[in-house]
Design a protein. Sequence first.
Length: 265
Amino acid sequence: MRLTSLSSGSSGNSIYVGSDTTHILVDTGCSKKRIEEGLSKLDLSLADIDAIFVTHEHSDHINGLHTILKKYEIPVYATKGTIEGIRISDKKREMDNADFHEIKADKKLSVKDLTINPMTIMHDALEPVGYRISCGKSRMAIATDLGCYNEYTVDCLQGLDAVLIEANHDVRMLQTGPYPYYLKKRILGERGHLSNEKSGELLCRILHDNLKGIILGHLSKENNLPELAYETVRVEIEMGNNPYHGSDFPIMVAARNELSQVLEF
């Protein structure tokens, strides 16, 4: 399997997951051009994409969807709430004929040789999900846009080969930054976004000897720095109640507007 981020952050998110024979996107929140550029570096194009999975209806996760669907007849998988959110978005008329497939949390489905298992997440959207994806014995997960985690989340993220996890903000930068109070409150809330510290804490609960790679994603442009997210997560692992050191696992930070390092497992 391969996992990489095509774009990551508050301005747009799109993730590629694939095997030798199957290629999917999780979210299309950046431009069609940005997605095409990223796929081309993987020797792929949008014509190769077998399915698009959407985590939720916020604009930074669906902005490019309508443009892609104008040209390509790609099936779109999302929860009932997310589909409703997409249909009432600004681009609803342009997606009237989209090939939507309703999915449910914890109900597996297959796209060729990939098995996709949606997982419930806490976020201020209609019915958001993360995704666990497997191919044969290889397993990975995408868990972004979650204001908090619980034992269910931890259970869902066990035994992975790779994980793309949110490290959205540094709490101090957010608290002292320019955002209005209501927005700070939303981001810090249980249905907001995961901080660097909380991301590291969650990782401490799911680390195991065979984890091959960690990608930190959905970093805030205004309230975080790539090096700060990396170091905070590394220290949390180093100091956490686990047998591991921060240097025991490859930790990468997803780039904002370009293809990130590709994890192969």
